[in-house]
Design a protein around this ligand. Structure first.
Ligand SMILES: Cc1ncc(COP(=O)(O)O)c(C=O)c1O
Length: 471
């Protein structure tokens, strides 16, 4: 792969600053060239990405938690290109369809063991969750409970960036400046066992469920329609559920007839060691959202899977409302569907779910061993190949690092110097690692070593600054 000359890269960087509005990037700093992480990624293969200067690093984030099968998969490239040659586009409105959409829908329903009855396709996790909320509202209108429209999400949950899904997202940055969240959205406790006062995870899980029940009662159960949650919290801190969490939460939802939307945009397709995380945590959703690993990011595609209750309401509702008035020009886009089918075949044939569980546990163990003596490492946690390290101030007692130190951002930037792309998460001081799922133990060793070195260097820098009285 040819790389650009330094002058060409510089001019691309300049053009980037002058033309693109980048998501989740400070507009002022970026435009002025003050964002240190500006990187133009040009090519990728396996678990590595290469920038325009020709520097290759391990992609410890699988793009944005999505390239589950890794880069450069010729089978997916071929599937997309054959599809583009045969039928680059056709819609599925009003009775029209095309083979890949049909086969993919059938495949996804099969993966749920028949628990879901229909698949609706979109292009992103955000639009798929947006669809779920419309389905919930439609459902309650049809069954004669039109006041049951509030949606409960969780603090630190991430569900997207459209107006409704940003409202669901439980991170303040997503709301301020946009007049969000919508009044119909309420947030309950994050399942963050690390900062919980309870030492018994079951007791903490019960408190989360009690808190959910308190919120439902406060709002009025007749007004609460659905609860949306990720089986394992992703961007909001990589929080596997504490023991007993999902059983306790679902008992409350059933008691007040609140629908459950499982947002599996990150967790499905092997990321946490299962094809569907609901199977790992005993979750029985009414609606299930898929995106990211569905096509491993090779083409945009998402799915909103519809369980029996809502499917029944969609059929009954046709009598009053006529056709199901929802969908996008690019719903079930043939290229996305072809990519998804080829991608799922790879995940199944190569046993990537089992590999994620196995190598993920190994990576966690390696990180724990290497980081054991560091007083700033508070927690190493995760599931499958979705792992995190959380940093704390030197204690006891357990307390947060001063946010202005931007410690996790420093770690990520030093990890980059070591050759590893890791992600500082938007809450607390947490660095996330979620590499492609065909990771080997030797890759995991490399990642653990690079992260260890980055964390040690960041720790030394902080100690040096503290000795000099700088912080
Ligand atoms: C759990 C979850 N839901 C929804 C989304 C939104 O997906 P997208 O960015 O494709 O709109 C994300 C994105 O990170 C996510 O992690």
């Amino acid at each position: 792969m040819a790389h650009e000359s330094s002058a060409a890269v510089q001019s691309l960087e300049q053009l980037d600053r002058a033309s693109l509005l980048h998501p989740f990037t400070r507009a002022d700093d970026f435009a002025a060239g003050r964002v240190p992480g500006q990187r133009i990624v040009q090519s990728a293969s396996g678990i590595r990405v290469t920038d325009a200067h020709g520097r290759s690093v391990i992609d410890g984030m699988s793009g944005m938690y999505c390239v589950n099968v890794g880069y450069g998969r010729q089978q997916i490239v071929d599937a997309i290109s054959q599809q583009a040659a045969e039928l680059p586009y056709y819609h599925i409105f009003a009775g029209a369809s095309h083979p890949k959409a049909i086969v993919l829908a059938d495949k996804l329903l099969e993966l749920t063991g028949g628990r879901m009855k229909r698949a609706f396709f979109g292009l992103s996790g955000s639009d798929a969750n947006e669809t779920q909320i419309k389905l919930v509202w439609f459902y309650y209108n049809v069954i004669g409970k039109p006041q049951k429209k509030k949606i409960i999400a969780r603090q630190r949950g991430y569900h997207g960036a459209t107006t409704m899904t940003a409202s669901l997202t439980g991170l303040p940055n997503y709301h301020s400046g946009f007049d969000l969240p919508f009044a119909l959205v309420k947030h309950t406790l994050a399942p963050d066992a690390f900062w919980a006062p309870e030492t018994d995870p079951q007791a903490f899980s019960q408190r989360c469920a009690d808190e959910l029940e308190r919120l439902i009662l406060q709002e009025g159960p007749e007004t609460v329609g659905a609860f949306i949650a990720e089986p394992v919290v992703g961007s909001g801190g990589i929080l596997p559920p504490p023991a007993g969490y999902w059983a306790a939460i679902q008992a409350v939802l059933r008691k007040y007839e609140v629908l459950l939307i499982a947002d599996e945009v990150i967790t499905a397709f092997g990321r946490v060691g299962h094809m569907l995380a609901i199977d790992g945590y005993g979750i029985e959703p009414d609606l299930l959202t898929l995106a990211k690993g569905l096509s491993s990011g090779y083409a945009p595609v998402s799915a909103s899977l519809v369980g029996p209750k809502v499917w029944q309401a969609l059929q009954d509702g046709a009598k009053t409302h006529g056709f199901f008035a929802h969908g996008y020009t690019y719903s079930a886009h043939p290229l996305g569907a072809a990519a998804a089918l080829a991608n799922i075949r790879i995940i199944e044939e190569e046993g990537l779910c089992a590999n994620s569980a196995e190598v993920g546990a190994y990576l966690q163990q390696q990180l724990r061993q290497r980081l054991a003596g560091n007083p700033l490492v508070g927690d190493v946690r995760g599931a499958g190949l979705l792992q995190a390290v959380e940093f704390v101030a030197e204690g006891p007692p357990q307390r947060r690092l001063e946010p202005s130190l931007k410690f996790s951002a420093q770690v990520a930037s030093l990890a980059m110097e070591e050759g590893l792309l890791a992600r500082p998460l938007p809450v607390n001081d947490i660095v996330g690692i979620s590499p492609p799922l065909m990771l080997t133990r030797s890759d995991a060793d490399q990642i653990a070593e690079m992260l260890h070195r980055a964390i040690s260097r960041a720790t030394e820098r902080l100690s040096a600054a503290q000795r000099q009285g700088g912080v």
